[in-house]
Design a protein. Structure first.
Length: 584
């Protein structure tokens, strides 16, 4: 009887074939002209094209017209250069006409007998790019807000030429818009640190993440300003860059991440060229494959983890336990903490399981990752094991958090501006604009319910004498004390306001002439007592109008109350003149 056992090589080939087809990544091979000669099952799932439809199809037929030049340049670079493995972001069209962004890596295997082509590896980055675009728009909205900030802010192009600066920058360095245009940001950097600053800037333009820049700037008064700069670089589709710099404290941090590709057989080359973690496991959860990026990002060598279980090594037991409970409620069956937390949905529905997890490195540090777990199937559809693909989403989380902080800062700034626009800056009473708005509202309410309403106008007699003899500072103190006394004397439902330099008003809702007379007497006594206590030689002329007409116009009440107040002044000051009724 002939043996049906597979050779070790045949088993390895089947395992790698299952890995490639089970991966959530597009993995394909192009010939030297750019035509598809191989595509994994994920390509069909992601783009909707069958393998038969893709074979002999040129890659350019799937690309966005604006990305053709970039793709041609990349392809022309990788074909004659086996040692170079470029990567690029391209937009590809699925069978239904939708464009999605993919991070594509190319690996030259033309000389590889088993491959004889260019291996491409692509994973979707549409969501990340959309988040970055939203953040870019939010930063643009903040520019006007930053222009009034105390921090020194400037925007420069990728060559260091100034595109714009805020008011604080212009004050410090004496440059208006015309003078700043085309001027280099490095002109005001002290000579001894200029080269270092230029180097940091160049690294930022090249794509390095620069959190802090410590440098010394030369102010327009001749002084030396030691500052720290937070740098933010944005790249458009044309790769043009714009950098925003906000100078604060002195600190410098440099962060950089590099990924490398490893050579090997067709499937090994594809797996090792991926810039994300790929781990495969058998049905018991024992690790079978641990790619180079996993080694790099998690700090373990493949030898250390192959043959061990993922949950006990790379995941937080408490997080696994919590998600097991969530999954139990979702599926309606008990899921024990362990492998089935990752595989239960695959076993039950056949669909990939996609969740966010916290991965633990060998040194104990942690980072957030998007983990996609797929089933690996044999030629007859039997489930052989699982392949997990994990992407570091630290930058996406940071971008989302920054976007939330940006929205919060905008809301706070708008709320503060709204509050300030309704308040008198000296006395903290309602200002004239807000007083008129509330007066219109109370007038309509009084008209609707046929209620009386009284308006009191107060002017400080001989206020100019205090300013002339004791100074404006004393005059300000007097006005603040008047405001405080009015606020403490009137009811909580009354509306006190400062409507002019030394003029105040109080709106008394639902108050007739008799009630107003009592409050005016109490108010005039309280004001006189406070003025005498502080030695201020002033008195108060008051006009008072009470209206209960069915047709009320607030402006008419203001005009008549003002007239009554001036009648008090002409009558000898330090008195109250009362009128009844208002114009309809």
């Amino acid at each position: 009887m002939a043996s049906t056992e597979q050779s070790p090589q045949e088993s390895a080939d089947r395992r790698f074939e299952a890995l490639v087809n089970g991966s959530s990544n597009i993995m394909a091979v192009l010939d030297a002209k750019g035509n598809f000669t191989f595509a994994n099952q994920t390509t069909e799932r992601a783009l909707g094209f069958t393998l038969e439809e893709l074979l002999s199809t040129h890659i350019s037929q799937l690309l966005h017209p604006e990305d053709l030049a970039t793709a041609e340049e990349t392809f022309a670079d990788v074909v004659p250069s086996p040692g170079r493995d470029p990567s690029v972001v391209l937009r590809m069209q699925d069978k239904y006409g939708n464009y999605r962004a993919f991070h594509v890596m190319a690996h030259n295997c033309l000389r590889h007998e088993a491959v004889n082509g260019i291996v491409i590896n692509a994973h979707e980055v549409t969501e990340i790019l959309e988040t970055q675009e939203r953040l870019k728009k939010s930063e643009a909205q903040l520019r006007d807000f930053f222009n009034n900030a105390k921090d020194l802010i400037e925007w420069v192009d990728q060559d260091g030429n100034i595109l714009g600066t805020n008011a604080a920058w212009k004050t410090a360095f004496g440059a208006g818009e015309q003078e700043s245009a085309g001027r280099s940001a490095f002109d005001i950097v002290a000579p001894e640190v200029r080269e270092d600053s230029c180097n940091v800037f160049s690294r930022l333009i090249r794509g390095e993440k620069i959190d802090r820049l410590a440098t010394i700037l030369l102010a327009n008064n001749g002084g030396r300003m030691e500052v720290e700069g937070s740098l933010y670089c944005q790249h458009g589709w044309g790769n043009e860059a714009e950098v925003q710099i906000i100078f604060r404290d002195v600190t410098a941090r440099n962060q950089a991440q590099r990924r490398s590709d490893e050579l090997g057989q067709l499937y090994r080359a594809i797996l090792q060229s991926a810039n994300y973690i790929i781990i495969s496991a058998d049905m018991n959860g024992t690790i079978q494959t641990f790619n180079g990026t996993a080694e790099k990002m998690l700090g373990y060598s493949a030898e250390e983890l192959v043959g061990r279980a993922t949950c006990s090594v790379l995941h937080d037991p408490e997080e696994v336990k919590a998600k097991a409970q969530e999954l139990s409620e979702e599926l309606g069956e008990i899921i024990e903490p362990g492998l089935r937390v990752f595989t239960a949905k695959i076993e039950k529905t056949g669909a990939a399981d996609r969740q966010e997890w916290t991965l633990i490195r060998k040194d104990g540090s942690r980072f957030p990752a998007l983990l996609r777990c797929n089933g690996m199937y044999g030629p007859e559809g039997q489930l052989l094991g699982f392949v997990a693909v994990a992407t570091d989403i630290t930058e996406r989380k940071r971008a989302e958090a920054e976007l939330q902080r940006t929205h919060h800062r905008l809301r706070m700034a708008l709320e503060q501006e709204r509050a300030a626009s309704r308040c008198d800056h000296l006395t903290s009473l309602t200002n004239r604009r807000a007083f008129y708005e509330m007066g219109e509202f109370e007038t309509k309410r009084a008209k609707r319910y046929q209620r009386a309403m009284t308006l009191i106008y107060i002017d400080v007699d001989d206020f100019k004498t205090v300013n002339d003899t004791q100074g404006h500072h004393s005059g300000d103190d007097l006005l603040m004390q008047v405001a405080t006394t009015i606020k403490q004397t009137v009811r909580q439902t009354d509306i006190p306001a400062r409507v002019g330099g030394d003029e105040f008003a109080v709106l008394l809702p639902e108050t007739d002439a008799q009630g107003a007379a009592v409050l005016v007497d109490r108010l005039q006594s309280a004001l006189s007592a406070e003025m005498q206590k502080n030695g201020w030689p002033v008195t108060f002329s008051i006009g008072c109008v009470t209206s209960n007409e069915s047709h009320l116009v607030f402006d008419d009440l203001v005009t008549e109350a003002d007239a009554m107040m001036y009648r008090s002044k002409r009558g000898g000051k330090n008195r109250c003149t009362v009128a009844r009724g208002g114009k309809a």
